[in-house]
Design a protein around this ligand. Structure first.
Ligand SMILES: NC(=O)c1ccc[n+]([C@@H]2O[C@H](COP(=O)([O-])OP(=O)(O)OC[C@H]3O[C@@H](n4cnc5c(N)ncnc54)[C@H](OP(=O)(O)O)[C@@H]3O)[C@@H](O)[C@H]2O)c1
Length: 278
């Protein structure tokens, strides 16, 4: 099997690179080798690799910056997935793509299911939704895995930021009114491997079991690291940021379990694994 992986230096891409290598001939590209905002180069790269499976782990993930860089966010998160989907359709390849809880507005009082109507409240969410729609419209074989609050032992993420800040500051002030499931890059890579089995296709929610707030997550991170820095709960309004965030980011993953047998561990267990990997 020939596999083309984009975004190999990202949190998820890094873990995928390791997980996918044993499956066949893997071409793993980072931004330096392939800029996804260059549609012509992207098409050429796919044709050169002639893959059976394309795994797109590259994305514009700077949620706040996207508010002022709409065009750049849409080029990577909407146009590029559309190009990859067109190439997948042309070659009969499977396209695996990742999306986000931020396609929802967060007003639903329960976890979101795949049938819920998206309504993004920030540019990043809108660009990711446009990417999902471009893939679905192409008619290629695809898997779109919506995940949430991604962290891991590597990269730029909340987990590593909290560990750093806890050593630098006397106390941390963290938002306690946004609810979601922190999901580890290790778990996402493992689940992706399972999903490559024939049969699974379409849109799935893929996040850790259980839920917490950013503040709850921060306390768990520090507790596990043996750091006693106090974590003060604050409201979203007390932490102004350019992009709005959904209050409810919980994803209902029962379709994934029902149709593929894949179920991620509880977020606390995954946190223990990431801490051990670090
Ligand atoms: N992070 C989250 O909390 C989160 C939550 C929900 C869903 N997701 C989705 O999960 C997937 C994986 O995210 P992640 O957390 O692994 O993201 P990440 O750590 O930010 O990695 C994204 C990768 O894409 C690369 N990239 C950005 N612009 C590019 C371009 N123009 N051309 C080529 N590569 C480019 C980045 O390269 P540089 O390092 O050079 O910038 C980076 O290596 C994405 O689809 C994301 O939307 C993430």
């Amino acid at each position: 099997m020939r596999i083309l992986l984009t975004g190999r230096n990202g949190q998820v891409g890094w873990e995928l690179q390791k997980a996918l290598a044993p499956l066949g001939e893997l071409t793993a590209l980072g931004r330096a080798e392939l800029d996804l905002s260059d549609a012509r180069r992207l098409r050429e790269a796919v044709r050169a690799a002639n893959p059976d499976v394309i795994v797109n782990a590259a994305a514009y993930t700077a949620v706040d910056k996207a508010e002022s860089e709409r065009e750049a966010a849409f080029a990577v998160n909407a146009t590029a997935p559309g190009v990859l989907a067109g190439e997948a359709k042309r070659n009969g390849a499977l396209l695996v793509h990742y999306s986000t809880d931020y396609v929802f507005d967060g007003t639903k009082p329960a976890p979101y299911v795949e049938e819920d109507e998206p309504n993004p409240i920030n540019v990043y969410g809108a660009s990711k939704l446009a990417g999902e729609r471009a893939i679905a419209a192409s008619g290629c074989r695809h898997l779109i895995l919506r995940t949430s609050w991604v962290y891991g032992p590597r990269g730029s993420n909340f987990y590593l930021t909290m560990l750093r800040l806890a050593r630098e500051r006397p106390e941390l002030r963290v938002v306690d009114d946004q609810v979601g499931a922190p999901t580890s890059s290790l778990e996402i890579a493992r689940a992706t491997l399972h999903m490559l089995r024939p049969g699974a296709h379409g849109l799935y929610h893929l996040s850790a079991a259980g839920s917490t707030t950013w503040c709850g997550f921060a306390r768990a991170i520090l507790g596990r690291a043996g750091l006693a820095t106090p974590v003060v709960a604050i409201r979203t309004e007390d932490y102004p940021a350019p992009a709005k965030r959904p209050r409810n980011s919980r994803l209902d993953c029962s379709k994934l379990r029902r149709e593929t047998g894949v179920a991620l561990a509880r977020w606390e267990e995954a946190l223990a694994e990431v801490a051990a990997a670090l």
